[in-house]
Design a protein around this ligand. Structure first.
Ligand SMILES: [Zn+2]
Ligand SMILES: [Zn+2]
Length: 285
């Protein structure tokens, strides 16, 4: 559904560009192209990411989401470079915009269609609590705002006869796109590089600290794959406890962790007090 609306919006914006020959409207159309490619990719990636672990992917397939975001970020930046190239060519030699009125009306129609879609997606995202869908909806909202800005700018250009504004608007759109592309890349490379999940570690530490059975814990590590947090930790318990008791302690901690970090995949190494780093340092051992 989202892909179909995206396609219609894209075709409308392309018609608006060909009618008016405006680079600002071209930049708007290119942005729509990315939306469609990104939507299709995201659809495929989310589908793949939701597949359970299998023989050849024992940690699941969640990184598909990160790879999809990586490609999206690169596409956004390529589109921005194309827009800048087109706009710079026009800057020194602005040409009068043709049939701009019809182009603007078509563009406005496409933008309202996008607005309705963004609103529907936001509602759906709230209901399903999907991060990916919410990100998509927010992205679409920012498109609607920038498209509206393009139309307003072009109306001013036509009224004042300052056709150079067309190139200027296109470049502003390109700069906004680059900013967005860099942000998408920054976020997804963090996860691809197995960066620490700082927010989650705060609550994980809270759970570990308050557990009376743990003498201490150390070597806590977290990383994120798609939306899943993976975690490793060493926990020290009283060496005189039985294996079954140790297992019970781990099960309890695991349960508590899953409450504060939904979907977390924790991995524990049980050690006795001789492995305690803090106890050793304090000379208690
Ligand atoms: Zn697989
Ligand atoms: Zn250890």
């Amino acid at each position: 559904m989202a892909i179909l609306v995206g396609l219609i919006v894209f075709v409308l914006k392309l018609i608006a560009y060909f009618l008016s020959n405006s680079v600002a409207l071209l930049s708007d159309a290119l942005e729509s192209t990315i939306n469609i490619v990104a939507s299709i990719m995201m659809f495929y990636a989310l589908n793949l990411a939701s597949q359970p672990e299998d023989e050849d992917h024992r940690y699941g397939h969640q990184k598909a989401e990160n790879i999809s975001a990586l490609v999206e970020g690169i596409l956004i930046i390529i589109a921005a470079i194309l827009i800048i190239e087109a706009a710079v060519g026009r800057l020194s030699d602005p040409i009068p915009l043709e049939d701009i009125n019809l182009g603007l009306i078509i563009s406005l129609g496409a933008t309202s269609l996008n607005g309705i879609l963004a609103w529907a997606m936001m509602k759906e995202a709230r209901k399903s609590r999907s991060m990916a869908l919410e990100g998509d909806a927010k992205h679409l909202f920012s498109d609607v705002v920038s498209s509206a800005g393009v139309v307003v700018g072009l109306i001013i250009a036509v009224l004042t006869g300052l056709y150079v504004l067309d190139s200027v608007i296109a470049m502003v759109v390109a700069v906004l796109l680059i900013r967005m592309g860099v942000e998408v890349l920054r976020k997804t490379t963090r996860d691809l590089m197995d960066a620490t999940c700082e927010e989650e570690e705060l609550v994980i530490v809270g759970v570990l600290e308050k557990n009376q059975d743990l003498l201490e814990y150390h070597d806590l590590r977290t990383r994120r794959s798609g939306t899943t947090v993976f975690m490793d930790v060493h926990i020290c318990i009283d060496g005189k406890k039985t294996v079954s008791e140790g297992q019970g302690i781990v099960a309890k901690v695991e349960e508590e962790l899953k409450v504060v970090v939904p979907g977390i995949v924790p991995n524990f190494r049980i050690e006795d007090e001789t492995q305690c780093k803090r106890y050793k340092a304090e000379g208690k051992n």
